[in-house]
Design a binder for this molecule. Structure first.
Ligand SMILES: Cc1cc2nc3c(=O)[nH]c(=O)nc-3n(C[C@H](O)[C@H](O)[C@H](O)COP(=O)(O)OP(=O)(O)OC[C@H]3O[C@@H](n4cnc5c(N)ncnc54)[C@H](O)[C@@H]3O)c2cc1C
Length: 431
């Protein structure tokens, strides 16, 4: 950078990174130069991969938003590179250009750093996963599962769906996003997709005449309630629904020891028999961040509720890599990106303190496919100490899920506030 403007470097260009870059540009205007680094040059729209898989579409064709034009339209520089190291004292980032093997390591200096690198989804820590496991968290595994389900791989045997244990660090201790509330500890990183896959697979079994939903067992490492962040009443309602469908629910499960051809084997020796094993893994901090002094006990970035690291206020984190982001869902990353944009605008003198200093009040906001053009809609903050819990099910949430994705692509990720409010209004008031 050769200008005298402050240089904001953003690490990661998926939901939290792209939204942070756009919000900084929106609120801080031309007072900053912005560079975003990601290993890939597209945003992967993870939430709609499961629906593509269940509806027999290759997710690679529909769930990639090209980053270069999206960023260029806001005068944000893009580097396709792998982040190798952050030097906090020198305020620099080492990265490896990623277009061709053999490139030399480069250094980028920053005045502000926004870390939005997500997490390492540790399938590699589940013995037997590559041979026997399935998942929907990326294009490769999504397409593999699509072929298995729709092209004759699945033989009609039992199905198990659940999460490996998540090891949450201590980085959000003491934070109170709502009066008297907290960022609680969870034993699974992100269980919304588990609930979604349970209902979507139940519907698929029936419509494709492969059997009844009672083939399915869903398990959770949580003592009592799966996806408790969705609100206790909402989850109890959901559990009643799946119980009525004959789906088996297992709670308080030990961590996964290995996957085998026969099923999922848990630590302690129990095996749940399964042909199809749908697993979400542990969310682990990236190696290039893990040992930095800005990290918590498990390598997630410590921030306050204004998304700044307390010891290094020039460093922000947003999305899954932030310790405060629990559960690891994109909706919370988006709320955090808004805060990052306002904080940098404050520092640049482009926003006053009252407008900028609005701390994170996380809300679990999730629309999950249930098959047959139906979905569930959840909006809840009770897990964090708030008062709201809403659950709706039916065709309108499904249409909202599809329209949200379309609007996201149409606006390059800049869904206007009124779009979200309209979605909330439609889901909660119109039916
Ligand atoms: C199946 C599934 C369904 C989901 N559905 C929902 C949903 O309906 N709603 C919801 O809110 N959330 C959902 N989530 C969670 C959501 O996908 C994540 O919370 C969200 O993607 C996190 O965004 P992020 O930007 O923080 O991290 P990520 O999406 O993980 O992005 C991190 C970015 O950093 C880049 N990166 C990583 N390491 C490096 C490196 N060393 N160098 C350069 N670049 C790097 C990656 O390429 C990536 O682009 C779902 C998750 C799964 C698995």
């Amino acid at each position: 950078m050769t200008t005298s403007k402050s240089h904001v470097v953003i690490l990661g260009g998926n939901f939290a990174g792209l939204a942070s870059a756009q919000k900084i540009r929106e609120y801080a205007g031309d007072s900053v130069d912005i560079t975003l680094i990601d290993r890939k040059d597209y945003l992967l729209f993870v939430p709609n991969v499961p629906t593509d898989v269940m509806e027999n579409r290759d997710p690679a064709k529909r769930q990639r938003l090209q980053l270069r034009p999206a960023l260029a339209s806001d005068d944000i520089a893009f580097v396709q590179g792998i982040v190798k190291r952050v030097d906090i004292d020198r305020r620099s980032v080492d990265f490896l250009p990623f277009e061709r093997p053999g490139a030399e390591c480069e250094v980028l200096h920053y005045d502000y750093l926004v870390i939005a690198l997500g997490a390492h989804l540790a399938y590699d820590r589940i013995p037997g996963f590559a041979e026997h496991g399935h998942t929907v968290s990326d294009l490769f595994h999504g397409e593999r599962l699509r072929q298995y389900l729709h092209e004759g791989g699945y033989q009609g045997g039992p199905i198990v769906i659940g999460s490996a244990h998540f090891h949450q660090g201590n980085g959000a201790e003491g934070l109170a996003p709502y009066p008297g509330g907290s960022i609680p500890y969870a034993h699974a990183a992100c269980e919304g997709p588990i609930m979604e896959l349970t209902t979507a697979l139940a519907s698929w079994l029936t419509t494709s005449r492969k059997g009844k939903p009672d083939k399915i067992t869903v398990f959770t490492p949580e003592e009592e309630l799966i996806a408790a962040d969705a609100g206790e009443n909402n989850v109890r309602h959901f559990l009643k629904l799946i119980d009525g469908m004959g789906i088996h629910y297992r709670k308080n499960m030990p961590d996964i020891a290995r996957l085998t051809a026969e099923g999922v084997e848990f630590q302690g020796g129990e095996t749940i028999e399964a042909e199809l094993k749908m697993i979400l893994p542990d969310w682990v901090a990236h190696e290039c961040l893990r040992d930095l002094p800005i990290c918590d006990s498990m390598g997630f970035i410590k921030t306050n509720l204004l998304m700044r690291n307390p010891e290094h206020p020039e460093i922000f984190a947003a999305g899954d890599c932030a310790a405060v982001t629990m559960p690891k869902i994109g909706g919370i990353g988006h709320q955090e990106a808004e805060i990052v944009g306002r904080q940098i605008a404050l520092d640049m003198g482009r926003m006053d303190a009252e407008e900028a200093n609005q701390p994170l009040q996380p809300v679990t906001f999730c629309i999950g496919d249930m098959g047959e053009s139906k979905a569930f809609y959840v909006r809840a903050n009770t897990w964090f100490g708030g008062q709201d819990e809403v659950l709706k099910m039916g065709r309108i949430p499904y249409r909202l899920k599809m329209r949200y994705r379309d609007l996201f692509f149409l606006t390059n990720g800049k869904i206007p506030g009124f779009g979200l409010e309209l979605a909330q209004f439609t889901a909660e008031k119109v039916f």
